[in-house]
Ligand binder design. Structure first.
Ligand SMILES: [Zn+2]
Length: 160
């Protein structure tokens, strides 16, 4: 009904949910064109004509469009690139695991030796540690406010 109400537009005096953490509110910074989130502290540049907000403090071209109710992520030129990252991430997790597993298969330890459990443990640990490294890189790269999330979660649980 109020779909074209001006108050639903993205404008300078408004207050909007944060598209990054989906927890805080983004508002205009005093005396500046930029918007900032009061929760994850990310800074955004704005384009009110096109109803766009763009993350200013990230290497990624992250842009969102305000549709009147919520932010819609806009797939930029980085899409193909992130597929490449995803594949390298998968390879980074898979290949060492395959090599370790093959090693354990080709050179089995004697069943009665005290360290016969080691290759199996190694085969399990390798993908886990590599996955952790990839996840850590993703968190670092997108600068996700992971600790803030956890704190907010804890607050919410303790309030209930
Ligand atoms: Zn935020």
């Amino acid at each position: 009904m109020h779909k074209f109400d001006l108050s639903n537009r993205f404008y300078y005096q408004g207050q909007y949910p944060c598209p990054v953490c989906r927890h805080g509110q983004v508002t205009a910074m005093p005396l500046m064109e930029a918007f900032a989130c009061d929760f994850c502290q990310h800074i955004f540049t704005t384009n009110f004509d096109k109803q766009l907000i763009k993350m200013a403090d990230s290497q990624l071209p992250l842009t969102w469009y305000w549709n009147g109710n919520q932010w819609q992520g806009i797939q930029g030129e980085g899409t193909n690139l992130s597929w490449g990252y995803l594949l390298s991430g998968a390879a980074f997790v898979t290949f060492p695991t395959v090599i370790v597993a093959l090693g354990a298969y080709i050179f089995p330890t004697a069943p009665n030796s005290p360290l016969s459990w080691l290759p199996l443990l190694w085969t399990i640990l390798t993908p886990l540690t590599h996955l952790l490294i990839v996840l850590w890189l993703v968190v670092e790269y997108y600068q996700l406010p992971l600790l803030l999330y956890l704190n907010a979660l804890r607050r919410r649980i303790s309030l209930d």
